[in-house]
Write a protein that binds this ligand. Structure first.
Ligand SMILES: NC(=O)c1ccc[n+]([C@@H]2O[C@H](COP(=O)([O-])OP(=O)(O)OC[C@H]3O[C@@H](n4cnc5c(N)ncnc54)[C@H](OP(=O)(O)O)[C@@H]3O)[C@@H](O)[C@H]2O)c1
Length: 225
């Protein structure tokens, strides 16, 4: 038995997800992390890794069944993709659009809903990784429209979880990580993974027990929907 706080980080093989795992582990959390392929070679040794492709219902069920006796202080659905580089609806195939919305919109919310019962009542935090680009207010020129639309729809389906999160008295967060140097964010991004991940973990601490649904960035700025 341990008194450490328990986190489940979904989509943690690299980038910001792995960064969040590293920050939590450094702060003494007991972390269970998921990867759909190989486990990262340099992750903290204390982390328990499980295999999960969020788009596979059978994977989600197997992981949930394996963890069903556990209770977590944090479940963070971080997995996401950018979609086609050209970001042009007229060039994109239906299959590309369906994959983008499956991975960024439908599967994250299904995953969040399915793992919600594993959160501790009152102090638990259910977080989904979105982007400020999802917001009609913050992104009024529709930069990266396909990616941004998938995250906008994610926000609305996340709002649809609010009844369930209120019933369980947990806090629901839609998180923007800033613009981060990862495979997705690219080299010109303004933040390192460590800077973004540290801010995100600080937000998890700051919002614990607050209840409600909040759209917040890594630095604590509240974003307009
Ligand atoms: N970087 C930025 O500036 C930025 C800005 C705003 C929002 N975000 C969001 O932040 C999150 C992390 O982005 P990142 O920059 O760290 O990107 P990244 O380096 O490309 O990492 C994406 C992560 O998502 C995982 N993933 C993708 N599809 C998955 C699936 N079907 N099942 C399970 N895991 C899956 C990847 O796993 P594999 O290794 O198996 O592919 C990887 O671990 C994403 O939701 C992204 O949209 C990023």
């Amino acid at each position: 038995m341990t008194d450490s706080k328990q986190a489940l980080i979904i989509g943690a093989s690299r980038g910001i997800g792995l960064g969040v795992v590293e920050v939590l582990a450094k702060r003494g959390w007991q972390v269970t992390a998921t990867a759909r392929g190989a486990v990262p070679a340099k992750g903290p040794t204390s982390v328990e890794w499980v295999t999960l492709d969020i788009n596979k219902q059978e994977d989600r069920k197997a992981v949930k069944d394996a963890l069903s006796a556990r209770r977590f202080d944090l479940v963070f659905v971080n997995a996401g993709v950018f979609g086609p580089d050209h970001q042009d609806l007229h060039q994109a195939s239906d299959e590309e659009m369906l994959q983008l919305f499956l991975t960024n919109t439908i599967s994250p919310v299904r995953t969040a809903a399915e793992f919600l019962p594993l959160l501790n009542h009152r102090t638990g935090v259910l977080a989904l990784m979105t982007s400020e680009l999802s917001s009609l207010n913050e992104n009024d020129v529709a930069t990266y429209p396909l990616y941004s639309a998938s995250k906008a729809a994610l926000n609305m389906l996340s709002r649809g979880l609010q009844d369930a999160t209120e019933k369980q008295e947990v806090t629901l967060l839609s998180v923007h990580p800033g613009w981060v140097k990862t495979d997705m964010g690219g080299e010109n991004a303004t933040l390192t993974v460590e800077e973004s991940a540290t801010g995100i973990v600080d937000r998890f601490d700051a919002f614990r027990s607050k209840g409600g649904h909040h759209f917040v960035d890594y630095s604590g700025r509240i974003l307009r929907w």
